[in-house]
Every structure is written in structure tokens, then in C-alpha cells.
Ligand binder design. Structure first.
Ligand code: PBG
Length: 324
């Protein structure tokens, strides 16, 4: 009798030798929310286990990251001041820019990624500059985003990640960074970003829910997988170093097809709603904790080299202890 794989799954040793996909701490990018103020390390109500940090409290976080081996983070800022053009997003002394300088000083080898978008900085909560009818003005927005990206590069970012979904954003950022003397700052395009309900907890954490309307004119329809491939093709063409699919778990088909089509380094973002869903289910005892491991493994198996996840530190700790 032939038992197919069963003989090769018989003991832990052969199981791990046969494992096709393995997670490690270096797969993860940890999203970090920085706020104005001092001595703040406050749990975010919509994202249990995730914190708002003021710049002076980042040393504790860096310690934690070092200890578990996660050496990359994606920064989001919650500014003290918002206006129609998101002016605080590109300030030299903006909250993200100060955080970048501090992180660089605390940990020179840290890989620092800055999320480039206006929605946390605009009083209307949209990702760009609006016209009188409330529609996003693509090209004016691009100029603002260039200023944000260059200010991040000056503050020491290794990579910028435009999450705005404006057309032509990667080409525009690339030209601006090169021109400002930062040809080695990389760009990760949020290339296939869907207009998803799974961003709910993030918008609460970042205070960035649109004051009116929605993001459907610039983010993609969840029904459209082929459109995602066209968006990714455009970002690749424009010079993106890494391309992203977001959310991750509800779009694994897109991730798999795109990563096989483009043969580029792919990132996937397990977003706030996906995190909250799993975390709450585990907390309530509805799911076993290994569901988290399984979800991350699936994202890697589908083709992601980099996984942006709020579970990064927890999972890296468990991988290190061997308790997954
Ligand atoms: C900003 C941005 C969002 C997320 C990342 N960058 C929110 C949005 O588009 O509304 C969501 C991340 C998450 O849900 O964890 N444009």
C-alpha cells in the first residue's frame, strides 16, 4: 500500500525537513503609530496589544523589537494639527520625521519605512487634496506626497510606502527622491489596495476616517482581481522596488497570481481588521492561537516576501521560543 505523504510526516524532524514554507522574524514589518506629546505608550482601543507611542517612548519599543529579531517597522503619524492640505505631513519637525530620527539614533541597523499618505493629516480625512466637489485632485496631491517622501528621506527613512492610490505616484516619488539626492531610498507601492472594510480599526487608531464620502474613487473595488494586476503592472513600470497587496487574507488569490506574474518582491499587509478579528477570536477562546500562525504562513505561501502585521512581535517571540 502507498500512503503518499504520510511516511514523510511521521515525526517532527522529517515534518520540519519537508516543510515548504517557514516563517521567521525577518519576514515581518511592524506597523508603529506615533503621536504628539510625551511619556505616551497607550493601548489603542480598537487594536488591543498595539500602542500609540510618543517619540520619547520609542526606546522601549526598539528594545522589544531587538529582543525578538524584528528589525523593520512601518511608521504612521497622528499629528496634533490637521488642515485641508495635510501640511503637517511634510514638516521637518513632524511627528513621523522626529520618530525616524530617534529610531535611527537608537538602532542604526533598523529598516525604517514611512507610510506616505495625507489622510491622517487632512481635516477631511481623505488621502489627497480635494476639489470643490469633494473629488481628489490627483496631480496636486502627487506634489504634496513628493514633499512628504523627501522629508522622510531627510529624516533617515530607508523606504517610503505611498498608500494614497493616486495615479502615477511611484514615478512621481521616484523623480522627487532622485532629484533631492536620495536615489537609494526605496519605494514600496501599496499597488493593489482595495477599498476594504477591514481598515476600520486603523482609521480609529489614526483618526483618519473620511469626514464624508468614501475612498472608492481611488481605492479598488474588492470584486476586481484583474484591475489589481494592472495597478501592480503600472507601479512596477514606474520603478517600485517592492509592490504590495492589501488587505492580505481576503486577497490571497490576488497575491498569488500577481507574485507569479511579476516575479517581484511582494509585500502583503495583514490589516487592522484582519488582526482584530483573529485577536478577538483567540481572546474569546473561539480560536486556538495557532490560527494566527496559520494565517501568516498562508500569506507567505501565497507569495509574500514581506509581511506587514500587527502580530509581528508576538509571532517573532513565539518563533524564537519555539512555541508555535
Ligand atoms: C492610509 C492607510 C490606511 C491603512 C494603511 N494606510 C487606511 C485607509 O486606507 O483608510 C490601513 C491599514 C490597516 O487597516 O491596518 N491610506
Amino acid at each position: 500500500m502507498f500512503y503518499r505523504g504520510r511516511r514523510l510526516r511521521k515525526t517532527p524532524v522529517i515534518r520540519s525537513m519537508m516543510q515548504e514554507t517557514a516563517l521567521s522574524a525577518s519576514d515581518f514589518i511592524y506597523p508603529v503609530f506615533v503621536v504628539e506629546g510625551e511619556r505616551i505608550r497607550r493601548e489603542i482601543p480598537s487594536l488591543k496589544g498595539v500602542y500609540h507611542y510618543s517619540v520619547d517612548m520609542l526606546d522601549g519599543l526598539v528594545e522589544e523589537m531587538r529582543a525578538c529579531g524584528v528589525l523593520s517597522c512601518l511608521l504612521f503619524g497622528i499629528p496634533g494639527h490637521k488642515d485641508a492640505c495635510g501640511s503637517s505631513a511634510s514638516r521637518e519637525d513632524g511627528v513621523v520625521q522626529r520618530a525616524m530620527r530617534r529610531l535611527r539614533a537608537l538602532c542604526p541597523e533598523l529598516y525604517i519605512v514611512g507610510d506616505v499618505c495625507l489622510c491622517e493629516y487632512t481635516d477631511h480625512g481623505h488621502c489627497g487634496i480635494l476639489d470643490e466637489t469633494g473629488y481628489v485632485k490627483n496631480d496636486e496631491t502627487l506634489l504634496r506626497l513628493n514633499e512628504v517622501a523627501v522629508s522622510y528621506a531627510r529624516a533617515g527613512a530607508d523606504m517610503v510606502a505611498p498608500s494614497d492610490m493616486m495615479d502615477g505616484h511611484v514615478a512621481s516619488l521616484r523623480a522627487a527622491l532622485d532629484e533631492a539626492g536620495f536615489p537609494n531610498v526605496a519605494i514600496m507601492g501599496y499597488s493593489a489596495k482595495f477599498a476594504s472594510s477591514f481598515y476600520g480599526p486603523f482609521r480609529e487608531a489614526a483618526g483618519s476616517a473620511p469626514a464624508f464620502g468614501d475612498r472608492k474613487s481611488y481605492q479598488m473595488d474588492p470584486a476586481n482581481g484583474q484591475e489589481a494586476l494592472r495597478e501592480i503592472a503600472a507601479d512596477v513600470e514606474e520603478g517600485a522596488d517592492v509592490v504590495m497587496v492589501k488587505p492580505a487574507m481576503a486577497y490571497l488569490d490576488v497575491l498569488k497570481e500577481a507574485s507569479q506574474t511579476f516575479r517581484m518582491p511582494f509585500a502583503a499587509y495583514q490589516v487592522s481588521g484582519e488582526y482584530a478579528m483573529l485577536r478577538l477570536a483567540v481572546e474569546q477562546g473561539v480560536l486556538n492561537e495557532s490560527a494566527v500562525y496559520e494565517s501568516l504562513l498562508a500569506i507567505k505561501r501565497a507569495g509574500a516576501k514581506l509581511i506587514i502585521t500587527y502580530f509581528a512581535l508576538d509571532m517573532a517571540k513565539k518563533l524564537k521560543e519555539g512555541t508555535v
